[in-house]
Design a protein around this ligand. Structure first.
Ligand code: FES
Length: 269
């Protein structure tokens, strides 16, 4: 600890924060590929999910319900899987209520934040590439300070994981309600639910919930074990974020095509 009166100025300061290099960057690799792919995939997902959310049709094909529309909470909802918690007017697509949670969860996700800050706001577009913005305030001000609600979206997201798991389990019933059915749709719903659980459990907030604020892991062996398991998933969080995003869109697409009679389900038994 320096003595009073001997505190030195930090080596870093606003004036010396950036090297004075005229070129925007000195990278020679294709650094722009990753942000470009992020923009394309996210825009495709947003376009598809918006279309499906407002379509308000073709989301149920006995015994499958689309993850975009579950739990089905309108008075004239075609789906009859998860018990309706409340019923809204049928002219409002149930997906509008439902998508708020997964959308909020993914928008505030630490990984997606990095991805869209880089690819959409170019802030910065890649490591060691200059950004077009003159100022940087991080996430300390409105509106980005609201990214801190991520933990609460994590809890809400778990509720939806339970509901989608329920949908996958009841997809083992046939049209008459008898257990023993299994089709390609059943498998797709199961894989989708599993991917969403893996994505949630690999979340940084989840890792902190299990292992954060502890001074001594040795005094909390159970939490330590859980934290260790979650940490192993956490290193794959980026991959799980993309796979589960594409998975949920493909699951909806399969049920859309079934409900619209474009394809028929493959029945295993
Ligand atoms: Fe990505 Fe929590 S950090 S879901």
């Amino acid at each position: 600890v320096p003595r009073r009166g001997t505190v030195r100025r930090p080596i870093w300061s606003a004036a010396t924060a950036r090297a004075t290099i005229a070129a925007r960057h000195l990278r020679t690799d294709a650094w722009w590929v990753q942000p470009l792919i992020t923009v394309v995939v996210l825009l495709l997902f947003v376009a598809y999910s918006t279309f499906r959310a407002f379509q308000n049709a073709y989301y149920f094909s006995e015994p499958y319900i689309s993850p975009f529309y579950s739990p089905c909470i309108t008075t004239q909802c075609e789906g009859d899987t998860f018990p309706k918690l409340f019923t809204g007017p049928s002219w409002i697509s149930p997906a509008i209520y439902i998508l708020i949670v997964p959308l909020g969860f993914r928008l505030t996700c630490y990984y997606y934040r990095k991805a869209y800050y880089r690819s959409f706001w170019l802030s910065p577009p890649a490591c060691a590439v200059g950004e077009p913005h003159g100022k940087y305030s991080g996430e300390t001000r409105f509106p980005l300070v609201f990214q801190n609600v991520h933990r609460y979206f994590f809890y809400l997201g778990l509720v939806f994981n339970v509901i989608l798991t329920y949908d996958a389990v009841v997809a083992f019933r046939d049209e008459t309600g008898a257990w023993g059915h299994m089709g390609l749709g059943t498998l797709i719903l199961l894989v989708n639910a599993a991917l969403l659980w893996l994505y949630s459990l690999s979340c940084h907030s989840c890792r902190h919930i299990f292992g954060g604020r502890l001074n001594h892991f040795s005094r909390h062996p159970v939490r330590y074990r859980l934290w260790t398991a979650v940490s192993k998933l956490n290193v794959r969080h980026m991959q799980l974020a993309w796979i589960s995003l594409v998975g949920v869109a493909l699951t909806d697409l399969y049920i859309y095509l079934l409900a619209a009679d474009v394809i028929t389900d493959v029945r295993f038994f």
